[in-house]
Write a protein that binds this ligand. Structure first.
Ligand code: KIV
Length: 264
């Protein structure tokens, strides 16, 4: 269903209107506390299934369950007041249109999120079509697809890969997704896709040419020790936590904490 024929909430309409006007800011959150800090700076907050690898130390996102996504999203919901809140549908929860619709409805009913995101192009088009027909706003995800990837090499080196990605982006736009995440897509291809479609592209490792950028918050604040080319650590929160804990430890050892004012 075309975008203009969908009855969308104002947050999504305003989000789409940002294309070609101002860069879109997006981050992940897995809990209320982080969500409430980042909300005023973000246009979109994603409860990403990256929580499987970032929080649970899974070797991939494949083991993330629907219940995990729902519980984390319920927490995030409490911290999100203004941003668009999108929840990832985890692996094996959208294998056919019926399964996808049931699970997407469950996510929306239990978390009150604004939209869901799922990975893939042509393969998932019928699934997305059915979700949108049933009034579920969908964000697409192309490029490296962590739920099915066998390696994490960037996409768009080979001509066949480029053609496929361009086709997939067009297809997703035609079925009515309101935005597409481009993960690890070669710069000139990300630029071409962004120019070709009328909905915002949100890049992660996909160059400055995308309409917006998304990062995993734990990565950008330096809470996740993993090093990847597309991540920039904007601060080192681990260092700050260590400093605070050392102060606490010293004060406890020296009987400076708790003081009278902290006691009953
Ligand atoms: O799961 C996630 O956090 C994501 C982002 C990396 C886009 O899909």
């Amino acid at each position: 269903m075309k975008l203009e024929d969908q009855k969308m909430n104002n947050k999504i309409i305003n989000f789409i209107k940002k294309k070609n006007k101002s860069k879109i800011i997006s981050l992940t959150a897995y809990s209320k506390n982080i969500a409430s800090i980042i909300d005023r700076h973000c246009d979109l907050i994603l409860v990403g299934d990256s929580l499987g690898t970032v929080l649970y130390n899974f070797s991939s996102t494949k083991k993330v369950t629907l219940d995990m996504m729902i519980e984390h999203s319920r927490s995030v919901r409490m911290g999100v007041k203004k941003s668009l809140m999108v929840v990832d549908m985890p692996h094996n929860t959208y294998r056919n249109p019926k399964e996808a619709l049931g699970n997407a409805k469950k996510i929306i009913a239990k978390t009150k999120c604004d939209a869901i995101k799922l990975e893939g192009g042509k393969k998932v088009v019928q699934i997305i079509k059915n979700l949108i027909k049933n009034k579920i706003p969908v964000m697409g995800h192309l490029g490296v697809l962590p739920q099915s990837a066998t390696n994490f090499k960037f996409k768009g080196k080979k001509l066949t890969e480029r053609k496929k990605l361009l086709k997939d982006a067009k297809l997703l736009e035609e079925v009515g997704v309101f935005s597409i995440v481009l993960e690890c897509v070669e710069s000139s291809l990300a630029k071409e896709i962004t120019k070709m479609i009328n909905i915002p592209t949100i890049g992660i490792g996909a160059s400055v040419h995308c309409d917006g950028q998304v990062l995993v918050t734990d990565d950008l604040i330096g809470l996740n020790p993993m090093k990847v080319r597309f991540v920039k650590k904007f601060t080192n929160i681990t260092k700050q936590i260590n400093t605070a804990i050392i102060k606490f430890k010293n004060e406890v050892k020296n009987k400076k904490f708790p003081k009278k004012i902290n006691s009953y």
